[in-house]
Design a protein around this ligand. Structure first.
Ligand SMILES: Cc1cc2nc3c(=O)[nH]c(=O)nc-3n(C[C@H](O)[C@H](O)[C@H](O)COP(=O)(O)OP(=O)(O)OC[C@H]3O[C@@H](n4cnc5c(N)ncnc54)[C@H](O)[C@@H]3O)c2cc1C
Length: 586
């Protein structure tokens, strides 16, 4: 039986540590003070554990079914109740504009709710997750008429959303896509085939609104010739549109989530934003999805940790190494006494809490960047979000996957068998390193785009923030040492960043060979920043969890952060072992 206890106390602590006070003071969020936030988080935690989690295993074992006659897709028993509860409790439109039926909650609370809902049932939660992204894209680029027609129904969960980018020959390289859009009166007709479309077809909602990338007849080649269209399953007059599911993928995990081949055969569509500028619209949805995907590492890392900890407290094997820790009258001690089991649990706990902090740091800055009255504050927040999104997506999923794997290791054979809880989480999480732009594409975005933007301003803004936290740590004996260590790692990252920029200028392959390693090193510094922010808050506010927070921070600084030295050594090495290795010798 899968179990989940929502980490509401840590979330509340982290809200305070990452400046939620400033978010709650913003005019649109005045109703969402700390007290309301706690009530909301508790309610979401209960929904995740009592409504979503019970159907999580059924989603895995029953999977999804496609009817070749009608193209209809059915999902697991229990999902309907889950979807209904999500819709009725406002999760589809949680952060959407109240003008169009949303609840207008800050993204910060939206992010925490997503973490819990995904812990409960990742496959099902992807449906509101994608719908939230579509709402954001339409709020930014939809016409007034489109907003009026689509947003209220999406916000209520009566209709759900998808993003349709991928085609068989066009995955990472969207410039290759060939779905066509032709003028049809005041709108368009689209023809082509999309693959791997998450929640592309199902019967849970009355309508499905697809956001589809396609090319107009006069489109220039490549990425600059892509436009974005709304293609509804049912047309405004209630008739069926010519978009249908032509099959389902069978896959390693997320069996509960339908992954659809979608055939468009003259499907009617409406242009969103300007012609050929479709990537601007889609980027809004993709950015939301990248934060959401990074969060999958936190969600499944958390629930896997809970399962591993529960097991470690019960399972008795061997005697404790230290005589004083041996329990009298027992043939064996619980495995929680073994240093290696504790090492794994602490690796998982410290990085999960660090990444939860990163997700909050990004989300609070999204709220500030969209609603703060001061332009300079908005710009700085926007810079931080842009720089951190690829790190959250790639490092969050890479570390999250390791965390679920380590949690499985804690449980031994029981972790690997389907009687345990963790093997499903491991399978469900693996895709997160691939979709929403593979992790390497995130690394290229970080190194090739974000570092160079505005003459390196984004990196400088982040560096200033980290040094501020180090400065704050100086005043206290409990945190000063962490600050010193982080300062040294940041100095080293500064040097590596400079040298990578120089080498990439001389030889572009140097960047390709180093970007993923660089992102991992950067991710470790970011986690150090996150945990030091939390440790500072625990000490200054004298919070109840002070001992535990200082304990996980110490573990991270002593035994996880030093991994960075290995990454720095790789970054210092010549990349030609990769680029000059003869193709025929592979
Ligand atoms: C379960 C599932 C759900 C999905 N949901 C959706 C969805 O809802 N909507 C949607 O549109 N798509 C969806 N996708 C597609 C997903 O986004 C793509 O799989 C992803 O973008 C990668 O594309 P690809 O699989 O074609 O890999 P490829 O592009 O073929 O890449 C293969 C490998 O080559 C590497 N590579 C490619 N280009 C470069 C480069 N320039 N430099 C270095 N390395 C490179 C990649 O990093 C990767 O390791 C889903 C996929 C799956 C499996």
């Amino acid at each position: 039986m899968q179990n989940y206890t929502a980490p509401v106390d840590d979330m509340m602590f982290q809200l305070a540590a990452f400046g939620y006070e400033a978010v709650a003071k913003l005019e649109p969020f005045e109703a969402y003070d700390f007290e309301t936030a706690r009530m909301f988080l508790e309610q979401t935690g209960t929904l995740a554990s009592d409504v979503l989690l019970p159907s999580n295993r059924a989603g895995d074992t029953e999977g999804t079914q496609w009817d070749p006659e009608t193209g209809a897709v059915t999902v697991a028993g229990g999902y309907e109740a889950g979807h209904k509860a999500l819709a009725e409790n406002g999760y589809y439109g949680l952060t959407a504009d109240p003008e169009h039926g949303g609840s207008g909650a800050p993204i910060t609370l939206g992010t925490l709710s997503k973490e819990m809902l995904m812990s409960g049932n990742k496959s099902l939660s992807m449906c509101p997750g994608l719908t939230n992204g579509l709402i954001e894209a339409l709020e930014a680029f939809g016409s007034d008429a489109q907003k009026e027609m689509y947003l209220p129904k999406l916000a209520s969960g009566e209709w759900t959303g998808t993003m349709c980018l991928t085609e068989a020959h066009s995955g990472t390289d969207l410039g290759l896509l060939s779905t066509k859009a032709e003028v049809h009166g005041d709108h368009y007709k689209l023809s082509g085939q999309k693959i791997w479309i998450t929640w592309g077809e199902h019967e849970l909602s009355d309508n499905i609104i697809h956001l589809v990338l396609a090319r107009l007849p006069d489109a220039p080649a490549g990425i600059k010739g892509i436009s974005t269209f709304i293609v509804p399953k049912f047309l405004p007059d209630g008739s069926r549109n010519a978009i249908a599911c032509a099959g389902l993928e069978h896959k390693m995990g997320i069996h509960g989530s339908p992954t659809c081949v979608m055939a468009l055969e003259g499907a009617e569509g409406w242009l969103v934003g300007e012609p050929h500028k479709g990537m601007r619209t889609m980027f809004i949805m993709m950015n939301a999805a990248r934060l959401f995907t990074g969060l999958e590492g936190v969600s499944l890392g958390e629930i896997a940790y809970q399962a591993a900890l529960g097991f470690a407290k019960e399972r008795r094997q061997s005697r404790a190494m230290a005589m004083g820790k041996r329990e009298e009258g027992k043939a064996a001690d619980t495995i929680l006494v073994h240093p290696d089991v504790r090492r794994m649990l602490l690796d998982v706990k410290s990085t999960t809490e660090a990444l939860r902090g990163l997700s909050l740091f990004i989300s609070a800055n999204i709220d500030l960047s969209t609603h703060h009255p001061d332009e300079a504050t908005r710009q700085e927040a926007d810079d931080l979000v842009a720089l951190m999104i690829p790190i959250m997506k790639a490092f969050g999923t890479e570390r999250g996957f390791k965390n679920v794997s380590d949690s499985m290791q804690v449980c031994g054979g029981m972790g690997y068998t389907v009687d345990g809880e963790i093997e499903q989480y491991l399978r469900d999480l693996r895709i997160a390193m691939i979709y929403e732009g593979t992790n390497h594409i995130q690394a290229l975005d970080l190194v090739g785009r974000k570092l160079g933007l505005s003459n390196g301003r984004l990196y400088q803004v982040f560096g200033k923030r980290v040094r501020g936290v180090i400065e704050a740590a100086k005043g206290n004996e409990a945190t000063a040492g962490f600050g010193e260590t982080l300062g040294k790692r940041l100095d080293a990252l500064d040097a590596v960043t400079m040298s990578l920029g120089k080498r990439a200028g001389e030889d572009p392959e140097a960047m390709g060979a180093s970007a993923s390693t660089y992102l991992t090193a950067f991710g470790l510094v970011v986690c150090g920043f996150s945990l030091l922010t939390q440790a500072n808050h625990a000490v200054t506010a004298k919070t109840d969890n002070q001992r535990a927070k200082l304990g996980v921070t110490r573990h991270f600084f002593d035994r996880v952060l030093p991994e960075i030295e290995g990454h720095f050594a790789i970054l210092a090495a010549d990349h030609t072992s990769i680029t000059r290795f003869a193709d025929e010798d592979f």
